[in-house]
Design a protein around this ligand. Structure first.
Ligand code: 13P
Ligand code: 13P
Ligand code: MG
Ligand code: MG
Length: 384
């Protein structure tokens, strides 16, 4: 591979960080990504950087989800960048089919690219800003979970003084932050300011299947966090695997310190996902090497890749959860997983009926009522 190009030092120009992800095939089952797929993505993005489209990139995975972390100068929702990611996933899908990986092309819900990956299957978190003198960012990526998985940790990072002491003692954080909340079922996105609208915010984001934190801003309007919010089942109208979201968090100097951004994950909170996307389970923070969900296809995982940006260059990653200070969270997670697993097919381990609508429920109901389920052209059973 050609040597890394030294980026032109243009710190004052806006830089965009795009994290675009998709599950294009699992190895083995839904437990991990195949090394050849990662190598292919690395080669294709390397070419895009050498051609000048990207400033820099890093390819990683969490379980069976391939994450393309890219920096560039084309802004959010750039057709060129989304096309690049789409093409990488399509090439990867071809290879996944050759390797007969499980669920090859799982998240590629459209046949051809139409300008933006949003609504086509892949998940996307993006933010554009002018780099500060030191710009630490953390890219979080989850497997076996839904986009609402970030609600609780983001709330803790940016609104909870028991997590983030900076909200209390750092004058540049004391005014709090603005949360932009996405209504998953198609309503309006809404902005709420914390601390003054904290209770209103919690009414919404406490229901992570329905409301998802999309972006967080400082009082001056600077972006501080961005997450992917797509719901595959709502796009496809049927179960096609869980969304397995990503998010980007900027840290320090008026924003949560790196340690404050990681601290929420010391508590393995319950998320929806796990086996067949149909169960609640605790989220386990792990190193990338351990992000290989196995027991009952889980428990759900989260990894954290830390970078310092240097004129758009991704200096890193540091594998932030590869640290003994998260051992107790992992242990607790295993204990909670053991406990909730004993419920077998019963709620609250299994998701409630409403959230099961996109799994097997419609077919079973239809069978029992003697109804004929709607058969989709893809050959899979859809929602009745
Ligand atoms: P900043 O003001 O740069 O965020 O430093 C504070 C700090 O790092 C405390 O952990
Ligand atoms: P993924 O969403 O990670 O593909 O998992 C799907 C699944 O059914 C796991 O049991
Ligand atoms: Mg999968
Ligand atoms: Mg996955």
């Amino acid at each position: 591979m050609p040597a890394k190009k030294k980026p032109a030092p243009r710190k004052h120009d806006a830089i965009t960080v795009s994290v675009i992800k998709a599950d294009i095939g699992g190895y083995v089952g839904h437990s991990a990504s195949h090394p050849d797929i990662l190598a292919l993505a690395d080669e294709l993005l390397g070419r895009a950087r050498d051609e000048g489209l990207l400033v820099d990139y890093h390819v990683t995975n969490v379980g069976d989800d391939l994450d393309l972390i890219m920096t560039h100068r084309h802004g959010n929702n750039s057709r060129k960048i989304h096309r690049l990611a789409w093409d990488v996933f399509m090439e990867g899908t071809k290879l996944a089919r050759e390797l007969c990986l499980h669920g090859a092309g799982q998240d590629m819900l459209a046949d051809s690219f139409s300008g933006n990956v949003k609504g086509m299957g892949p998940g996307c978190a993006e933010m554009t800003f002018v780099e500060r003198k030191a710009e630490p960012i953390i890219v979080f990526a989850g497997d076996k979970c839904a986009p609402g998985a970030w609600n609780l940790p983001l709330y803790r990072m940016f609104a909870d003084p028991f997590n983030t002491i900076g909200l209390v003692i750092d004058p540049s954080m004391h005014d709090g932050f603005i949360f932009e909340v996405h209504d998953v079922h198609g309503g309006q996105d809404i902005k709420l300011a914390c601390p003054e609208q904290m209770y209103d915010l919690l009414v919404l984001i406490g229901s992570p299947e329905n409301y998802v934190i999309k972006n967080i801003y400082t009082r001056k309007g600077e972006v501080a966090a961005a997450s992917s919010t797509q719901k595959l089942a709502l796009i496809a109208g049927r179960y096609v695997g869980k969304d397995d979201p990503v998010m980007i968090v900027r840290c320090q100097s008026g924003l949560p310190a790196v340690g404050e951004a990681l601290e929420p994950f010391a508590f393995p909170h319950m998320v929806s996902g796990w086996m067949r996307g149909s169960h609640y389970g605790p989220m386990m923070p792990t190193s990338r090497a351990q992000a290989t969900p196995s027991r009952f296809d889980g428990p759900p995982r989260v990894i954290a890749c830390g970078f310092q940006l240097a004129c758009g260059r991704l200096v890193g990653p540091r594998d932030m959860f590869d640290d003994p200070s998260f051992d107790l969270a992992r242990q607790k997670c295993n204990e909670v997983a053991d406990y909730i697993r004993r419920h077998g097919p019963f709620e609250p381990h299994r998701l409630g009926l409403h959230d099961m609508e996109y799994t097997t429920l419609p077919q079973v109901l239809a069978k029992l009522k003697g109804l004929k389920p709607h058969k989709r052209s893809s050959g899979t059973w859809g929602r009745v």
